[in-house]
Design a protein around this ligand. Sequence first.
Ligand SMILES: Nc1ncnc2c1ncn2[C@@H]1O[C@H](COP(=O)(O)OP(=O)(O)OP(=O)(O)O)[C@@H](O)[C@H]1O
Ligand SMILES: [Mg+2]
Length: 448
Amino acid sequence: MTGNGNILIVDDEPNAVKVLSSILSDEGYDVRESLDVDGAVDIILNNDIDAVITDLKMPGRDGMQFFEYVTKNHPDIPVIFLTAYGTVESAVSAMTRGAFYYFIKPPDYPRLKGILARAVEQRCLKREIDNIKNELLKGNNSYRIIGSTSQISDILEICEAVKDSESNVLVSGETGTGKELIALNIHYRSKRYKKPFIAVNCAAIPGELIESELFGHEKGAFTGAASRRIGKFEEASDGTVFLDEIGELGLPLQAKLLRVLQEREIERLGSNKNIKVNFRLITSTNRDLKKEIIEGNFREDLFYRINVVQIDVPPLRERRDDIPLLVTDFLREFCVKANKTISISKEAMDIFMKYSWPGNIRHLRNVIERTVVLARGKKIAAADLPEELIDYKENIKTPVIANTLKELEFHAIKKALDASNGNKSRAAKILGISRKAFYKRLRDYRLI
Ligand SMILES: Nc1ncnc2c1ncn2[C@@H]1O[C@H](COP(=O)(O)OP(=O)(O)OP(=O)(O)O)[C@@H](O)[C@H]1O
Ligand SMILES: [Mg+2]
């Protein structure tokens, strides 16, 4: 009889292993045996072990070291200790650190069997929960990239091909085109999906803080560093770091980042200890980094490091055929939220299809959210749409001089965004206003 579970027995005394092994085999377990810890680690790596029974005192690495290895690398595998009288204390202390149970040698076999059955059951439950979680995450619609144009299928194909590779990915595109969504999609469909996804917006964090944000710092590393802090690269541990708007990083930090990518080690500020880090890097930019290299603002060597795989997300106006799908999906989402049933008229859809969408998909999403919230009828008519869209339609037909200051401002902002390829800092410069003032207007006009 087999099939009750895979058990690993570790004991340096061959006889002890033999006796226990035959008892458990009779009980229907598949038993693997090892006389030392090194062999046991090997078995764990190559088999799907459900529970471990280990001796405590062994020459070489002992049971406690093995326990530490299991807790760190396979935390779901329950460990049961067998221990001689003299070592009971260590077994008890292991229990407080998560060991499943301990028995004093020779164990009471019927009880051992009972405890083992519970350990295996716990392991199976954990696995089941994991499976359910996996399914939930995999089917997680929130990271679904909507679109049926060839541009989107190409992007999906690249995402699929690179998701489990270690290659650095650079996602470029205008504001609101879905760069972060693509990064999330890659992470949550990769084998790292259970590990953290850590996003850092390099444009939003003041230059002097970003270094400690990324690398962490020790207590007292600088004025205001009241306690030790873990940086984002450490926090990501085995997950994905998403550096948003990497073009905003200053040259000294670019040099530091390059070193981290080469060495896979970081140093917290105020410390000279190297810490190994494991993460997958995805970066995004809405600047033309090649141009930034020529202008001396971006390191060429860093560019080639982060740009192993490049995904260029085209603006929405270059893939208008995706608009109906997006509209339908967003409409459904916001109707559910607002508990309304609303459809869209053909004239309204026509306007959506013709508009230039300077804020791309985020802009479209916001317009739909706002329209659904404000809608009184069951169908969205052209007149229900925000002025900026309706005006745009009219402007195409008969270009007119904008007749209110607000309209002038709105069109100036859109022109600046177009001229700067969606780069907000540059657009603000073109308009001669501060980034902050520019963002305020973007929000006012619902462009972000
Ligand atoms: N293809 C798509 N399908 C569905 N939703 C999308 C798609 N692309 C973008 N979105 C949605 O549009 C919004 C903006 O996307 P996201 O934040 O990824 O853009 P971004 O390129 O990172 O913008 P920014 O440059 O301003 O940071 C999000 O709500 C995102 O879910
Ligand atoms: Mg973004």
